[in-house]
Write a protein that binds this ligand. Structure first.
Ligand code: 4AD
Ligand code: MG
Length: 465
């Protein structure tokens, strides 16, 4: 059978053609049978479904068959036939079997039984081989592809912004230092502070929390751009919705006001969810069955609903009048917690909410100031089960206002002089937002913990793998 090409299991299961020779490669999920016939369920990650391999025990070496256990990697050559069993449309009658790699049944951690998601996090090097993580990773890929497709179709340009930066975009001081200084023997200035002039970049640098500032530079030349890359936050919040390293999509548009910005955000989210429903249904059905029985319903409901647009001030009133005893206080001027966001979305409106015009003191320096001198043209998109999925704003385009606000909140002009210059030369109204990629995936997969929608999560006290 030399010359027969390996076929992915997804394609075999979809093919209408039987009684042909095929080559299948993949990992054993289960093996069962009797002394005459053995059934091997094999998976190669192309689909959540397995292919059944039927092995006539008499025609193979017994010792070789013994080595085939859950987790082993095999090459099977055989005949694709219509299955007589009820579990699958087709199966492969093995003619030859090659074992690429065995998996000792005593020590291989992914035996047949179900495993807790917590346990699987401890074996993140092997969890892609589970149905759950196969499904999540395929959906993750599909969403990344759909994001590029959406923006490309709309004439947005993909811009790569630096990961190493001297500016704290969000001004929250949650940056990871990037240094080559010997931390056991740090050079000091006369006043005792660290002498960053001797560091690799000649100044203090960090991993970026957002590509927005550089994204704006590009938007003020190319009109519509987006970034899609990793961002880093040293916030010590151990929650099911926070990662220290996460991916963010940041579109930035010249000549967009806050309303245009909201429309784009709503359209993008609906497009992505619809894309998942259209292209990832097998995996979504699996996750719906295993983890979240309302997943499909929720996805369809969001695609079909018109997002509520609401002032922060009104949102706070609703929360105060709700009669609910929240864990965190609600008052004008305080930031909303996830419990507040979810009350508005899940209990009060029962659909996504875009909250706008937040108090300026709880938002970043770059947001356009409203005439009331108290609020800024911010928008947060709040989703069921997730809370904040998008944060964005119209940007301050007035040079003096922006410069003064940066100074007020302690962002040094020295760090962002280049950003300020775009308001000095050909400034334009513009807007943008950041969509947390893993927050989107939480929503689309129905998984409950953000650590389970990224292959190798980075969280406080955890950087294994
Ligand atoms: O609201 P954030 O902090 O906004 C920005 O960074 C802006 N510069 C974006 C922009 O306007 N271009 O973050 C944006 C989104 C959040 O809404 C959330 O979805 C996600 O990024 N996010 C996180 N996701 C996972 N782990 C974290 N620690 C996150 N912090 C923010
Ligand atoms: Mg935010």
């Amino acid at each position: 059978m030399s010359g027969v090409r390996r076929i992915k299991i997804k394609d075999i299961l979809a093919s209408q053609q039987t009684d042909v020779d095929v080559v299948v490669k993949g990992w054993v999920r289960t093996k069962r049978g009797n002394k005459n016939v053995v059934f091997i369920a094999m998976n190669d990650g192309s689909t959540v479904n397995n292919i059944q391999i039927v092995v006539d025990v008499a025609t193979f070496d017994e010792g070789m068959l013994k080595q085939i256990t859950t987790g082993a990697c095999l090459k099977i050559e055989g005949l694709l036939v219509t299955s007589v069993g009820s579990g699958q449309p087709v199966e492969v009658q093995a003619k030859s079997i090659e074992i690429y790699g065995t998996a000792d049944s005593e020590s291989y951690p992914l035996q047949k039984k179900g495993h807790s998601l917590e346990f699987l996090r401890e074996i993140a090097h092997l969890r892609p081989r589970t149905n759950t993580f196969g499904a999540v990773l395929r959906i993750r890929h599909a969403m990344a592809f759909a994001i590029h497709k959406y923006f490309n179709d709309k004439g947005f340009f993909y811009i790569n912004t630096p990961l190493i930066t001297g500016a704290d975009c969000e001004g929250a001081g949650e940056m990871f230092n990037v240094t080559t200084l010997d931390i056991n023997n740090v050079p000091k200035c006369e006043d005792g502070s660290v002498d960053y002039a001797q560091d690799f970049f000649g100044k203090q640098c960090s991993l970026t929390v957002s590509g927005q500032l550089e994204g704006e530079l590009a938007a003020l030349a190319l009109s519509n751009i987006y970034t899609f890359g990793p961002t880093f936050r040293a916030e010590n919040s151990n929650t099911p919705r926070h990662l220290a390293e996460f991916w963010m999509i940041e579109p930035e548009m010249a000549f967009y006001d806050l309303v245009d910005n909201m429309e784009l955000a709503e359209d993008l989210l609906k497009y992505l969810i619809q894309y998942a429903l259209d292209n990832c249904m097998e995996d979504i059905e699996f996750l719906n069955k295993m983890f979240d029985p309302e997943l499909i319903e929720r996805l369809k409901s969001v695609v079909g609903s018109e997002f509520v647009r609401l002032d922060y001030t009104e949102g706070v009133e609703i929360l105060k009048n709700s009669g609910v005893k929240f864990e965190f206080p609600v008052d004008w001027g305080l930031d909303l917690q996830s419990e507040h966001e979810r009350y508005l979305v899940e209990t009060h409106f029962n659909k996504p909410v875009i909250l706008i015009n937040y108090p300026k003191n709880i938002k970043a320096f770059y947001m356009k100031q409203n005439d009331d001198e108290k609020t800024v043209r911010a928008m947060d998109v709040l989703f069921p089960k997730i809370g904040e999925i998008i944060g964005g704003s119209e940007r301050e385009s007035d040079y003096t206002k922006l410069k003064d606000r940066a100074a007020e909140v302690g962002v040094s002009e020295q760090d962002i002089w280049w950003y300020l210059e775009t308001r000095k030369y050909g400034s334009a109204p513009h807007s943008g937002f950041g969509l947390g990629f893993e927050r989107l995936l939480l929503f689309v997969t129905g998984m409950a913990n953000i650590r389970d929608v990224i292959p190798f999560p980075r969280t406080p006290n955890n950087a294994e793998f």
